[in-house]
Design a protein around this ligand. Structure first.
Ligand code: BES
Ligand code: ZN
Ligand code: ZN
Length: 498
């Protein structure tokens, strides 16, 4: 889909008309350039109450020589927000069929630049499908791209164009995150992810990618990463992304869980739906996608990202339940369940983050089934060692309609994760209750103090458990199915606008 802004009054191709509930006729401001017969057809439908304009609803009119139209509902005007405009835009993309042709003109009724931009963003976000592995239809080759024109006033055109360009860049990051997440695990393993990151960096002169390979990780003492990945023929690695690294001062640092397939290891998972564990690199996909969104939109600040890549397999040389390992932090971990592997790789990623003396650290991980039990697919679990920072992230999520819900980081959970009989920490809680919280409390043990000072202040940190939101969300209308690419937009907003 190609999207542009135009102050022209012409309607080319199919008209897209967003409407509020209760509209009984075509809004006056939308009439310009509209063929009389099309207008009367729409008026007939609206006055008969045949299209109610409920949120996200659409109706297609294919009426012959009159021209074609897609009516799309915004719900009631008094409670309609930019989020509803975004959802309406996505509903239009979801409803586009061959019969609509490949040219669309969107005409708003005094919606304002913010709402028009959100609508455009929704259209672009929803314009995604993962069909790399499908045989192409015979007529696929002559299928041309849909081109969308958003019409607005002369005064609005400049600002709206800027917004559309920005959303297009962010959208590329979201779609990259989805591509990574949807890729089958035989083709997406640590080395592939690292190669993709390296190739990606070649496209920008302000980003650098460093790969810490298996041997280097072993030598550096990344015992968490090694313990998880050593049972696989696809060896683990750490990928470090640095954007605008010469900019002075502290910067945001993102860490991602990148388990390219999680069998559970020796603590093998049950077979049902195990295929879904290809998404267990969703955290690292979020991080990579966010870097792409920032690069696309010309972000000038410094940002660092670390992804911890490994495949969790059972094998003769795999880590056993009962093993005690030591990672970068020097703390020992009793591995009581090899399926609680995300926290092991993250323990090294978080500790490594301290080397960059960041302003704050945020980690993203499809960490626990318990988080899905707690929040379903509706919200990401959000923990932080700083209440104000947690609120800032929650608000950034609200601003872009990606819910991140505050969860408790209680001392009791930390105690539970540090009372191993033989090691400094344990990777499993004492019981199964509060599993998402005990996982977060475990991670906190590996967030370094500033300058790694023994009694120093711990670096501001937040943990986002995206196990339920990275895929499987039926209510996320920005995506048809598969990986959602959630939080690329939240973090882009957090870094660039909050
Ligand atoms: N990758 C899973 C978490 C997960 C589960 C993500 C379902 C998405 C959907 C993680 O590595 C895991 O297996 N966690 C265990 C932890 C337990 C052993 C403490 C879990 O949630 O059961
Ligand atoms: Zn696991
Ligand atoms: Zn996992």
């Amino acid at each position: 889909m190609e999207l542009n802004v135009s102050a022209s009054e012409n309607i080319n191709g199919t008209l897209v008309l967003p409407l509020y509930e209760g509209s009984e006729s075509v809004p006056e401001s939308c009439e310009v350039g509209m063929p009389t017969s099309l207008k009367s057809q729409i008026n007939r439908i609206l006055s008969a109450g045949d299209f109610k304009a409920k949120k996200k609803s659409t109706m297609t009119l294919l009426g012959g020589e009159d021209g074609k139209a897609i009516l799309v509902g915004l719900g009631k005007s008094d409670d309609c927000t930019s989020h509803d405009y975004r959802k309406a835009g996505a509903a239009v993309t979801a409803g586009i069929k061959k019969s609509h042709g490949n040219e669309l003109t969107v005409r708003f009724d005094n919606a304002g630049v913010t709402n028009m931009g959100a609508f455009a963003e929704g259209m672009m976000l929803r314009d995604y499908s993962y069909d790399k592995y499908k045989k192409k239809d015979d007529d696929e080759d002559d299928k041309t791209e849909v081109s969308v024109r958003i019409t607005c006033s002369e005064e609005e055109a400049k600002e709206l164009t800027k917004l559309v360009i920005e959303y297009n860049g962010i959208c590329k990051g979201v779609h990259l995150s989805r591509d990574l997440g949807n890729c089958p695990p035989n083709d997406m393993y640590p080395e592939v992810f690292a190669d993709m990151a390296r190739d990606w960096a070649k496209g920008y002169d302000n980003v650098d990618v460093t790969i810490i390979n298996y041997d280097e990780a072993l030598k550096a003492g990344m015992g968490g990463l090694i313990a998880v990945g050593k049972g696989s023929a696809r060896k683990p690695c750490m990928v470090i992304f640095e954007m605008n690294k010469n900019v002075e001062g502290r910067c945001p640092l993102l860490v991602g869980k990148g388990i390219t397939f999680d069998t559970g290891g020796i603590s093998l998972k049950p077979g049902a739906n195990m295929d879904e564990m290809k998404y267990d690199m969703g955290g690292s996909a979020t991080v990579f996608g966010t870097m792409e969104a920032l690069a696309q939109t010309g972000h000038e600040g410094k940002v660092v990202a670390i992804t911890c890549m490994a495949e969790n397999m059972p094998a003769a040389n795999a880590t056993r339940p009962g093993d005690v390992i030591k990672g970068l932090s020097g703390k020992t971990i009793e591995v009581l369940n090899t399926d609680a592997e995300g926290r092991l790789v993250l323990s090294d990623g978080l500790w490594k983050a301290g080397e960059f003396d960041p302003e704050y650290i945020i980690d993203f991980a499809t960490l626990t089934g318990a988080c899905v039990v707690a929040l379903g697919h509706e919200a990401t679990g959000l923990w932080s060692n700083d209440d104000d920072f947690r609120t800032r992230i929650h608000e950034a999520g609200n601003a872009v309609d990606e819910l991140a819900w505050p969860m408790p980081l209680l001392p009791a959970f930390e105690k539970e994760m540090t009372n191993s009989k033989i090691a400094d920490t344990r990777n499993l809680g004492a019981g199964r209750y509060g599993g998402a919280n005990t996982a977060a409390a475990f991670l906190k043990q590996f967030v370094p103090n500033r300058g790694y000072e023994k009694d120093g202040e711990q670096i501001t940190w937040a943990h986002m458990d995206i196990a339920g939101t990275y895929w499987g969300s039926k209510t996320n209308t920005m995506v048809k199915d598969g990986a959602t690419g959630v939080h690329v937009r939240t973090i882009h907003h957090l870094i660039t606008k909050s």
